[in-house]
Structure formats: C-alpha cells, structure tokens
Design a protein around this ligand. Structure first.
Ligand SMILES: Nc1ncnc2c1ncn2[C@@H]1O[C@H](COP(=O)(O)OP(=O)(O)OP(=O)(O)O)[C@@H](O)[C@H]1O
Ligand SMILES: [Mg+2]
Length: 515
C-alpha cells in the first residue's frame, strides 16, 4: 500500500478518536466542541504531511469533459504503462501501436525533479443506486495526485504544468481521426454518458483525387487552410472561430467526397449529425457541446432533414395575408415564429438550428467547421444559408473536361489520349455527374484496358446526349400542346413571342430547344 494511503487511514483514525473523546466529554460547552474540532484538524495538518489534488473528468458545468483530465489521462497512459499492473486498451488502427491508459483504482508513482508523487485513478458512483444491468449514468472518474507538502511549490508551479503540456502533446501524437455519428441504436440507452458514437475515420479521398476545376479547388483549399491557421485573426476581429460551408449540387457530384477531402486536408474529425434522430433543440445543443475542436460538423441533405421549407412558407403566406405583419419588428416576428414552431410540435426547429450554428453555444469552443449539403439550394430558408452562417457556398456540378482529366489520371493513370478530344466535346454538350464518369472509367475486368474504358465513357456520353435530346423534344411538344389547349389567340401569341411554337410546328420541325 502506498505511503499516502497509510497516512489517510491514520488521519481518519485520529479524527475518530478526537471525536469520540468530544462525545464522551458531553458536559463540554457547545462552542468548546467547535474549537476542539477545528484544532484537531489543525493538529492533523501538522501530523499528516501530504497534500492531495483531485482532477475530475467533468468540470463544474458538468457538460464538458475537462481538458486537464484528458491531458492527465494521456500523460499517465504513456508514463504508467511500465509500472501499472492493470491497463485499458483503446481502439487501434491497423499497424499502429496500442493506446493504453491506466485502469480504474490503479496507482502509479512518478518522479519529477527528484520529487516523488503518487497518482491514483478512481470513480464516484451516485449514492442512489438501483439494481441495473447497465453502469450508472452519472459515473464520474477522477485522478488524485498526492505529494509531500514540502514540495508544494514544485508540484503546483511546475509539475502540473509539465503534466498538462506533455499530456496534450502525447494526445496529439496518438490521435486517431474519428468519424462520429449520433445515429446509433446504442444511443437510446439512458446510461450512455455521451450521445456520439465513433469509428476511426479512414477515407482515402483528398483534394488531389477530387474532380473539379483546378482554380476552384485551389481556392477552397486556400480558404480552409487560412481558417485552420486563423486562431489569432478570429480573436482579433471578435468572431467565434468557426466557418460554415454549403455544398450544393445534383447527386453524385462529390459533396460527401469533398467533406472527406476537407477532413483529410486539415486533419480534423468529422461529426455526422443526423438531424432526424435528434429529439429536440436541447438535445441538439447537448450534441454540439460534446463536439471537440478541430472538427467538421456535417448535416447532409439539410433540405430533407428538417421541415424548414414548410415553416418558412407558412410564415410567408401569413405575411402576405396580413399586411400589418410586414411592418412588424423583428422581435415580435421571431416570437411569432417560435410560437408557430412550438405549436407545430416539430422536433428540431429552424430557430433551434440557427442557434446551434451561431448562437451563444457555438462559441463554447473554437476550430469548428459546419458543412451543409443539399441537392436543392433554392429550397433552403435564406436565414439558414446567409453569409456569416454559411460563409462559403460551393456548387458542385456536372463533370467538366478538367474534372474528367483528374478522374482519368486517378482511375487510368492517363494524362492524355487521342480520345480526350472527343470526350471534351461530348462533356460540353451533355451533363454527366463525376460519379457516372468515374463508374465508366473503372475497368470491369482484368482484360479491359484504358482504351476500353474511354470507349465505354464515350458511348455513355453519347447515350446521355441522345436521351437529353429526346427529353427536351418531349417537353417542348407537351408545352406547346398545353399552350394550344389553353387556346385563344392570346396564349399562342404569347407563346410565339416567347419563342415557343405550336404543337404541330413542333412535330413538323422535330424541335430542338434548350440543352
Ligand atoms: N468530384 C468528384 N471527384 C471524384 N470522385 C467523385 C466526384 N463526385 C463523385 N465522385 C465519385 O462518386 C461517388 C459518389 O459521390 P458523392 O457521394 O461524393 O456524391 P454526393 O454529391 O455526396 O451525392 P449525394 O447528393 O447523392 O449525396 C463517390 O464515391 C466518388 O467516387
Ligand atoms: Mg452525399
């Protein structure tokens, strides 16, 4: 048993003796007993020469994990593996060394500047215990540092600082990037202290493999790097250190791929936030508080996740009905919106999400990027995507020739080929997503070579072109028919003025329009 603990037991024995004596001497006046207790404590501090400092896992806010605790955990993890007998292993990536930490109720010693200290780890379990299959929800860990009081200065002024600094460095070194998700069935258990579950993030996408115009790509990369180095700048201008990106475009144009590339470029974690499974605004806030710095918080398909559009329409319609509403001041308008949201009983509301992005809580820690993706940018509420919330809007679109060249290099290791000219021409005439181009470029068997793949792509592009032509024709015909049916000279007149033609004309000419 360590010296610190012997002293703890001895001290409680002495206190017990003193108290017993006080109780025995009942005729002692009340005030005198107070004095006695005070002096017995003082006496103890003379006899018991050790000082203890406790570091709790959760701070007094009880919401955020203490940074000191994490740093100590890493420090002890690397320093205690030689002496501690019981260790805990963490998730490991292939071929990487095991990450070990000291297990609960384990004790280790450390020596600093010739001074010996004792570290112990323990946890507190709530007093009201019911018999349960799961561990208690409120289980809180702590580390206790014990040292001799004559070393007080060295420990409090130098050693603790050393531990925290070392611990943070070790944590950075051992860091495995993580992909967090709130959409896990396990999360429904009440005992789980965190709402996020994670796996190690290993996506190979980088900006080099991302197919898009080089100029645009470089601009985004520059923007991201500037952000990640902008701690002082954000502090100077008095803004929370966060940045919002809105990625929009048709399916298969690389929105999700770009998020992985962003995380790989900056070495950030990803929090994939599934809004539909979030119970209410307060749960949303809790999720945000639990995110750490150096992370990208992603909400995919934002238009499908929330009934934001409906909400907006409702208010808009009402505004149109009621002229006086238009003149209403922003405060009462907001109140009205909140009231409507409350009545509609929707889980996470627009104002909840807006608060999530730029409210008070989002300033609880810096270095966070928020990314929304959508296929329909027009459907989103302007309030959600205004600059300042979503600082940068990036459109990911159909494959252009420059993007194709990136894919050809990735998939076929081709910088140029005689067929490239034809492909360039076809890509200018028809729309194909990078996902479809990539699919065509992937060899289907070992026998297939680059040329087969390029041929397949050309065929695919020609088919797409033909289909698009047919579709435009059909649309023009049905539009013209409709105009004819609605009849009257006026409408056909208008149609003609607008460059549209009658159904018959359309059929005769085999119409070509748009594209
Ligand atoms: N710009 C791109 N560069 C490289 N690969 C791409 C690109 N766009 C799509 N791909 C390929 O297509 C697949 C699908 O792309 P991704 O999931 O990024 O599309 P998305 O825009 O997120 O689509 P959705 O709107 O349906 O979510 C990816 O696995 C990737 O291999
Ligand atoms: Mg996607």
């Amino acid at each position: 048993m360590m010296t610190g603990e012997i002293w703890t037991q001895l001290s409680s024995a002495i206190t017990g003796l003193v108290l017993a004596w006080v109780m025995f001497e009942q005729y002692f006046p009340h005030q005198l007993r107070g004095y006695l207790e005070k002096y017995s404590q003082k006496l103890m501090s003379y006899v018991y020469p050790y000082i203890q400092i406790t570091f709790h896992e959760f701070t007094s806010e009880r919401l955020k994990r203490s940074e000191a605790f994490s740093a100590i955990q890493s420090y002890l993890g690397s320093n205690s593996t030689k002496t501690a007998k019981r260790l805990k292993a963490d998730v490991v990536r292939n071929n990487e060394p095991l990450v070990l930490t000291m297990d609960d109720y384990e004790e280790v010693t450390d020596v600093f500047d010739g001074v010996k200290v004792w570290w112990s780890s323990s946890k507190t379990v709530p007093k009201t215990q019911s018999i349960s299959f799961y561990p208690a929800a409120d289980e809180r860990r702590h580390y206790r540092l014990t040292f001799h009081k004559r070393n007080r200065d060295v420990i409090t002024k130098k050693y603790i600082e050393h531990v925290l600094k070392e611990g943070k460095l070790i944590a950075v070194k051992n860091r495995q990037r993580k992909l967090f998700t709130n959409n896990s069935s396990k999360n429904s258990y009440a005992w789980k202290s965190t709402k996020w579950s994670h796996v190690v993030f290993e996506h190979p996408a980088t900006f080099d493999t991302l197919a898009m115009e080089t100029k645009k790509k470089e601009e985004i990369k520059k923007d991201l790097t500037k952000f990640s180095k902008g701690k002082d700048y954000y502090a100077k201008i008095g803004k929370a250190w966060k940045r919002g990106y809105l990625l929009y475009g048709p399916p298969g144009t690389g929105k999700s791929t770009m998020i992985s590339a962003m995380a790989n470029l900056l070495d950030y974690d990803i929090y994939d936030l599934e809004l539909t499974t979030v119970k209410d605004n307060s749960e949303l806030r809790k999720l945000l508080i639990e995110t750490t710095g150096k992370s990208i918080i992603v909400i995919e398909d934002i238009d499908c996740s929330l009934d934001l559009t409906g909400q907006r329409k409702k208010t808009k319609e009402k505004d149109d009905d009621d002229q006086s509403d238009k003149e209403k001041d922003p405060v009462s308008k907001k109140k009205k919106e909140a009231e409507e949201e409350r009545k509609s009983g929707s889980k996470v509301t627009l104002s909840g999400l807006l608060n999530f992005i730029d409210g008070l809580w989002s300033a609880c820690g810096g270095e966070r990027i928020i990314v929304f993706t959508t296929n329909y940018v027009d459907k989103l509420d302007p309030a959600l995507i205004r600059r300042g919330r979503m600082d940068k809007h990036i459109e990911l679109s159909y494959c252009c020739f420059e993007a194709f060249k990136v894919l050809a290099k990735n998939y076929l290791e081709l910088e140029s080929h005689e067929m490239f000219g034809k492909i360039d021409e076809l890509l200018g005439e028809t729309k194909m997503t990078p996902a479809d181009v990539a699919e065509n470029l992937m060899p289907m068997s070992d026998e297939e070579d680059e040329e087969d793949c390029l041929k397949r792509l050309i065929e695919g592009l020609e088919t797409a072109k033909e289909e698009a032509r047919k579709k435009t024709k059909e649309e023009a015909v049905s539009k013209a028919e409709k105009a004819d049916k609605e009849g009257g000279e006026t409408s056909s007149q208008v149609a003609k003025e607008n460059g549209e033609i009658s159904a018959e004309e359309a059929k005769e000419n085999g119409v070509i329009a748009g594209g």
